[in-house]
Design a protein around this ligand. Sequence first.
Ligand code: NAD
Length: 352
Amino acid sequence: MDAPLRLIVVGAGAQGRTWLALFANDPRWTLTALVDSSPAALNEAATQFDIPEARRFFNALIAFEQVRADAVLVVTPPETHRVISVAAIERGMAVLSEKPLATSLRDGVAILRATRMRGVPLMVNQGRRWLPHIAALREAVLGGLIGALGYVVCQFNIPVRYGGWRTTMPEVLIEDLAIHHFDTIRFITGRNGQRVYAHSFRPSWSWFRGNSCASVDLLLDGGLPVHYFGSWVARGPRSSWDGELRLVGEHGALVLQADDSIWHYANEDETPHPLALSPLEPEGMLCGLDHFTQAVRRAVPPAPDAEDNIHSLALTSAAVASARTGQPVQVDAHMRAAGWSPIRPMGRRTRE
Ligand SMILES: NC(=O)c1ccc[n+]([C@@H]2O[C@H](COP(=O)([O-])OP(=O)(O)OC[C@H]3O[C@@H](n4cnc5c(N)ncnc54)[C@H](O)[C@@H]3O)[C@@H](O)[C@H]2O)c1
């Protein structure tokens, strides 16, 4: 049996502790260090997961100098991701990064370039991809169940009071939440973005300082329109966490109303039929952990890696830019302005 892979966890907050519990119970991994800039968060989690004093750090860069590891889990607030991820990659350590890859597209591109230069695997936890209902929608759409797609509508309505750093994020709905929905829609349709037109706002009762609602029109490859609305401060009935998602094609529609119910409407029939979901084993974050473990063991790109995820980050970044200017944003030009370039064909690689 292979020796356990060594992991440094950076961030011991809410999501960090969820990951710690999964890694601590996985014999393929051993925790070699825990980092958190807050002494209270660090000591509480380190005690819970039996991490000795010598392996507790307040600073990721110091931990990287003092402790050897195969991989780093980055689960800190988004504005810290670039520094931590790039430092890990430059030391040859694989990275499992929480979404979003970075706060700005420019920072995301810097991380992507570091992975290209070092050939180190980096996976982003866009964990909605590893849920059976999302996998079933992708299979149905790409398998042609409703024919050529004509349009997509997604409406998210759930009030959330997380507190902490999200309270002051200027575009909290787009940057913290819509990244999930845009990534899911890219995953289900197999298309990247062409153009984004967004309007964000803060209703009078909002408990966020930034914009907690947004309306975004996306145009995906092949001219596929996506109409999106999201609210973190919703009133009335709740949607699913993936939004109420309606994919409409020439041969019918697929409608997600709750996580375990997808309805298929064939052609013009208005009677819904449930779409069968195949179990994913394992599903959710455990599935992500499996993907990441395989990628680190075999030094192969995980899915979604930075090459893929940069296209989801580009959509949220373009939406923020559009909301600020009131103008539509062309995604390819927006990505290139942030320093992104497509991977060059083999044999024609030039230095980045
Ligand atoms: N994929 C998902 O569904 C999902 C769900 C929740 C959170 N997240 C993501 O996880 C990340 C963390 O979110 P959270 O909810 O756990 O936040 P949190 O505020 O609960 O925890 C963040 C922790 O990071 C620590 N920290 C801040 N700056 C640091 C630094 N420079 N070095 C070391 N530690 C530092 C804080 O002290 C805190 O303990 C975010 O990127 C968030 O978007 C993803």
